[in-house]
Structures are given as C-alpha cells and as structure tokens.
Unconditional design. Structure first.
Ligand code: FPP
Length: 244
C-alpha cells in the first residue's frame, strides 16, 4: 500500500520462487531504537507478519515459511519467552478466521511437545480449520530447529524399521516436517545478519539467500518485492554448469 492508501502495483517478474523462507530478525533492535521493551518489537513483528502474508498472496508466492521461534530461543529470559508464547496464542485467536477467509492454509513445523496443551490445541485447530485452503501455504516454524527436525526424522525412519539401503534423499525429505513441500528457492533474512541460524538446514541446500538491513517490523510489501526482484535476476545452477 502506498502512503495515499492506494494499493501499489509492481512490474511483473519473470519468475517467482515457489517457496520463500523468512528469518524474521531485528524486532529487539527495532524496539531499542524507539526506547521500547523488546516485547513491543515482537508485537510489531506480529503486525508485520500480517502485512507480509498479504503481500505473499498479492505477489502470487504460493508457499512461505516463517521462523517465529527456534529451539534455541528458550535460552532467552523467561519474560521474553513467555511473551512470545502469549503473542503466538493471541495471534492465533485473533487472526485465524481472517487468514482462513483469505484462503491461507496454516501449517506448523517444529516440535509441539514442550508447548502447553492449550497452545497445542490452538495450533491444531488453526491447521485443521485451514487445511483445504490453497491461496497460500504459510508454515509457522515455532519451536523449530533444523538439527532437531533431522534428528526427529532419523528417529522415525529407524522406528519404521527401514533398511539402510532404502535410505535416500527422498526418504529423508519425506520424514521432515516439510514433507510434500518443495524446498525453499529463496531464504530472506532481515536485519543484516548473515547466518542460517538452524533454519531449514536440509531444505536450504540450493536456496538463494537474500539479506536486507531492514529490521523485521519495517520489512513491508516493497521490501518483499525487492527480494523477489533480486531472486528473479539470479542464475541458479544447482551444482551444474551454465547451460551453453
Ligand atoms: C528475532 O528478533 C525475532 C524472533 C526471535 C522472533 C520472531 C517473532 C516474531 C516476528 C513475532 C512472533 C511471531 C509469532 C507468530 C509469535 P530478535 O529478538 O532476535 O531481534 P534482535 O536481534 O534485534 O534482538
């Protein structure tokens, strides 16, 4: 949306990523710059989540995976962890019906085990309610870690009793939380850090990486388009040579 409230249009891009992963970083710095508590930054981050989901629908990105809480984020002060859990609960309560109405299919990746029963129930309700929607698949990575996901996949493969020679890339991928979805073509990280931070370790093998200094609460529609424009200009070789 431009400043005058008129929806902004953007030139069509020659190709779009089928799946975009986003590491939503910089909420704390955004808050500090304004003399606000860190949780105010996370709250602004949730607001921005809505803008970016709308932008994904507008641009025609079919799948988006958002890194909301990592398996390492439990190490933050209890007040911040509790605040993030509350924000997720609040966002689910307030936003799910609207997202459902807009054709968004919500999914969760990560380990639900340590979450409270009511939060698990809210997540399961959102996933169940929206499971037939097909305008946008939005994966929320909450208590997600790439290594933890691979460990859980290996455990389930062993539990199923698969013989060693049956293990292929496809078998491993089919036991990850993202089973059935294409790998991300583009991973965006806001706030300038150049790390993957345990995000989609297996799936990111050939993802294009885009880092912007913009802090997550300020990463709006135009910034998202800029990332998509950068992606559209990249040459991907997947380990091979350029075609003659
Ligand atoms: C990184 O900012 C952000 C997070 C750890 C959480 C991301 C969470 C949101 C966008 C909102 C929560 C979403 C849901 C659905 C609950 P940071 O705190 O690391 O920022 P800093 O590096 O500037 O301190």
């Amino acid at each position: 949306m431009s400043n005058d409230g008129v929806p902004k249009t953007y030139p069509a891009l020659p190709h779009l990523p089928a799946h975009v992963g986003i590491i939503m970083d910089g909420n704390g710095r955004w808050a500090r710059q304004r003399g606000l508590p860190r949780l105010a930054g996370h709250r602004a981050g949730v607001e921005n989540l809505r803008r970016v989901l709308n932008a994904a629908v507008k641009f025609g990105v079919p799948i988006i995976t958002l890194y909301a809480f990592s398996t390492e984020n439990w190490r933050r002060p209890k007040e911040e962890v509790d605040g993030l859990l509350d924000l997720l609960r609040e966002a689910l309560d307030k936003e799910v019906d609207k997202l459902h109405h807009n054709g968004v299919q919500l999914r969760h990746i990560g380990d639900l085990t340590p979450l409270s029963d009511d939060l698990k129930a809210s997540i399961r309700h959102a996933v169940e309610l929206t499971k037939h929607n097909d305008r946008l698949i939005a994966n929320i990575a909450f208590n997600y870690g790439g290594r933890d996901e691979i460990v859980r996949a290996v455990r389930s493969i062993i539990t199923e009793g698969l013989p060693a020679e049956a293990i292929t890339d496809e078998v491993v991928a089919a036991h990850l939380d993202t089973a059935g979805l294409p790998d991300p073509d583009l991973i965006i990280r806001t706030s300038g850090e150049m790390r993957l931070s345990n995000f989609l370790l297996w799936q990111a093998a050939y993802a294009e990486f885009y880092v912007t200094p913009i802090l997550w609460p300020d990463f709006g529609e135009e910034a998202f388009y800029e990332a998509l424009r950068s992606f559209a200009g990249r040459k991907r070789r997947f380990g091979a040579l350029d075609e003659a």
